[in-house]
Design a protein around this ligand. Structure first.
Ligand code: DHB
Ligand code: MG
Length: 228
């Protein structure tokens, strides 16, 4: 099956089911104009994140890896008026683009963009008062995603949904001999998910305008003090 066919089907489905949206188009344009890498989720993937957050009834969302704020806007759209989305970004330049995109979309009151290494931001979050997050989207440096998961788990509750992007990487995830740091990181992440008794998970391949990749979904099925 060819990449052209994946893209044609993705475009057809997106055209049918994902309404055109100026705020999201502007988010992509602002990121491209600022020279950010084109690593946003696709429109249909963004809508999937949005629907998952609504399905979860999410009031508090954590995103690890903001980039220019495209997925941030999709997720913020799922929040109630008094909801909160905390999004963590390593690169100050990317975070500045995201701040503007979030403000332009009308979500500055609900979205906090925090700049710095994810591990530091997650440690700071763990020290703050605040309810657990209802949904977590993991989309930062894939080489470190197992560490991110370990730091995120204490910020969750039974029923929290974790979604991880880019877990297939054009099929390289199944290549035991891959020397690629992102592939190794994703494999370590998936192994940690599989071994974690607080999580019940699945991972699915996707094809479309972003090529061949995939999501992992993991549901937190026990309270932190129930296991290990
Ligand atoms: C890369 C990162 C992403 O989050 C993504 O969705 C696609 C590619 C990357 O770093 O290559
Ligand atoms: Mg991604």
């Amino acid at each position: 099956m060819s990449r052209e066919l994946w893209e044609a089907v993705d475009s057809y489905l997106t055209g049918l089911l994902v309404a055109p949206d100026p705020a999201l188009d502007e988010a992509l344009a602002a990121a491209a104009a600022a020279g950010l890498p084109p690593h946003e989720v696709s429109p249909s993937q963004g809508k999937l994140l949005h629907l998952l957050a609504r399905l979860r009834g999410a009031r508090r969302i954590l995103e690890v890896g903001t980039l220019g704020g495209y997925s941030t806007v999709w997720l913020a759209r799922a929040l109630p008026g008094d909801g909160l989305l905390v999004t963590l970004e390593l690169e100050p330049r990317y975070a500045a683009v995201a701040e503007e995109t979030v403000a332009r979309a009308g979500f500055a009151d609900r979205v906090e963009v925090r700049v710095g290494p994810a591990q530091e931001s997650l440690a700071r979050l763990a020290g703050e008062e605040g309810d657990p997050f209802d949904l977590v989207f993991l989309d930062a440096d894939k080489a470190r995603s197992a560490d991110d998961l370990a730091s995120v788990l204490p910020l969750t509750r039974m029923g929290t949904l974790l979604v991880a992007d880019n877990v297939v990487r054009a099929g390289e995830v199944a290549n035991e001999a891959s020397p690629d740091a992102s592939v190794l990181g994703v494999r370590r992440f998936l192994e940690l998910v599989a071994a974690e008794p607080r999580l019940d998970a699945v991972a699915l391949q996707t094809v479309g305008v972003k090529g061949h990749d995939g999501f992992a979904l993991a549901l937190v099925i026990a309270a932190a003090d129930d296991v290990g």
